[in-house]
Design a binder for this molecule. Structure first.
Ligand SMILES: Cc1cc2nc3c(=O)[nH]c(=O)nc-3n(C[C@H](O)[C@H](O)[C@H](O)COP(=O)(O)OP(=O)(O)OC[C@H]3O[C@@H](n4cnc5c(N)ncnc54)[C@H](O)[C@@H]3O)c2cc1C
Length: 421
């Protein structure tokens, strides 16, 4: 693990804003008039609060005021989700933004007046503002390589490149059987066409998307549950990795690109996560992140076109010069984000009920496995709770409660002495 100092900024209307935000910088960048207007709009929202905000726009406006919402939330959030904030369920904000956010940091700074360089007077600090973190030297995949080694060392079997196509439960024996397709016949254990049956199993812990699990389920399920699963939506994601000579560089891990004129939503600088994530040629690698749907033209664009677009946008941002880019590659990640629309909660409820009634021993965990905006910690915690629940059936552990409680992980207020240095 390497220990890194956290740095991410927002790029909005040609200016960079530190994240967490700093009062002096906000006032400098927005100007005194706009800052005062933001405070006025915030106070208006507090004096006449929206009692029951159901969509993201109402939720954010109620919490931060319309002006801060428009400045620091609207454009980026709409890039991420590909739909107006008025059509995104407010519980995404409750899970993602929680009590602390860019705007709350901004408001806190504005409210306290700029006392630059001073430490907060309260003894509490919000955990998302932690200044340093530990990061695996070659990225998070190292954790799963280490986990695989441990499982194999203890006699467990790890099968990679295998897709579960069908799941069946034999009620008489109480066993599950899985139809699995190996990515290529070469990789299949038996050298056949790659189709194999795995099982019998008493328990299954699944991170496969809820919609996919219901589709693969051979156990009869109510038609309502099948319809609910087919209605779940996902946001897809393209990462264009540009390898370039760093004629201009930036120290951030992530830059959030709010500018609506550019398609890129976020830029990662891999070297800033860990020096070992680039070679020693002197070149750097930036991950240009694009959010889209698989039906969008963007998804179908050739890699060459996507790399050219990413290069143009990087130059437009002033983060590279013509001729800097030496190579690039594209990673398309379908179903990167579970969509929170008006109906998702009802649909997930219907599916959960059907799986609980008809599929004993099946435990859905993780992000798409629960159709829940879980981060990596949440996802691992759901899996750990499911495993503990299997080992101790009376323990009453409920993975569905992870990331539901506003106090969970991200917003928990910690005593500064305990956690932050
Ligand atoms: C762009 C992006 C950035 C992110 N950044 C962060 C971050 O900085 N910090 C953070 O904490 N979280 C981050 N996350 C979230 C984090 O990646 C997820 O919370 C976490 O990976 C979810 O873990 P999971 O096991 O549920 O799902 P995944 O990691 O997606 O794993 C699911 C696995 O199940 C497999 N699978 C699916 N269907 C089948 C099937 N039918 N048969 C066999 N296998 C199947 C998939 O191939 C995959 O390997 C980010 C997510 C995205 C998309």
């Amino acid at each position: 693990m390497v220990v890194k100092s956290r740095l991410s900024r927002i790029y909005y209307r040609g200016k960079f804003y530190a994240y967490p935000m700093e009062a002096g910088e906000i006032i400098n960048n927005l100007g005194k008039t706009e800052s005062l207007l933001c405070i006025g709009s915030y106070l208006r929202a507090k004096l006449r609060p929206h009692r029951n905000p159901l969509n993201l726009e109402d939720w954010l406006t109620a919490k931060f005021g319309r002006r801060l919402y428009r400045t620091f939330f609207k454009t980026y959030t709409e890039k991420v989700w590909g739909r107006p904030c008025g059509e995104i369920a407010s519980d995404w904000a409750a899970q993602r933004i929680k009590g602390l956010s860019l705007s709350s940091a901004a408001i806190a700074s504005l409210r306290l007046r700029p006392r630059l360089g001073s430490r907060p007077s309260q003894s509490k600090v919000i955990k998302t503002l932690i200044k340093t973190f530990r990061y695996p030297r070659l990225g998070p995949g190292m954790m799963w390589e280490a986990a695989t080694d441990l499982i194999r060392a203890r006699g467990g079997r790890v099968v990679l490149g295998a897709r579960v196509k069908a799941m069946d439960y034999n009620a008489e024996s109480g066993h599950w059987y899985l139809q699995v397709k190996q990515r290529s016949a070469d990789e299949s254990a038996d050298g056949s066409d790659g189709n194999a049956q795995h099982g019998p199993y008493h328990q299954i812990i699944s991170t496969a998307p809820l919609s996919e699990v219901v589709k693969a389920m051979k156990v009869p399920l109510p038609a309502e549950a099948r319809a609910a699963a087919a209605s779940l939506g996902y946001r897809d994601f393209i990462l264009v990795a540009l390898i370039l000579r760093p004629s201009v560089t930036f120290p951030d891990h992530w830059l959030y690109i709010h500018d609506p004129a550019l398609k890129v939503g976020r830029i990662q600088n891999f070297q800033n996560w860990s020096d070992d994530m680039v070679d020693n040629s002197g070149n750097v690698c930036y991950g240009m992140e694009y959010f889209c749907f698989k039906d969008d033209a963007l998804w179908g664009q050739s890699d060459v076109d996507l790399i050219a677009m990413a290069e143009r946008e990087l130059i437009a941002l002033g983060l590279s010069s013509a001729g800097d880019v030496v190579d690039g590659c594209v990673v398309r990640q379908p179903r990167a984000y579970p969509v929170y629309d008006d109906t998702y909660q009802k649909n997930v409820g219907v599916i959960r009920q059907a799986l609980s009634d008809h599929c004993p021993g099946l435990h859905q965990v993780g992000r798409n496995g629960m159709h829940k905006y879980n981060n990596q910690d949440h996802s691992m915690m759901t899996a750990m709770l499911a495993a503990r629940g299997i080992l101790c059936p009376n323990s009453n552990l409920d993975p569905w409660r992870v990331n539901q409680d506003a106090e969970y992980i991200e917003t928990v207020e910690l005593d500064r002495r305990d956690d932050v240095n």
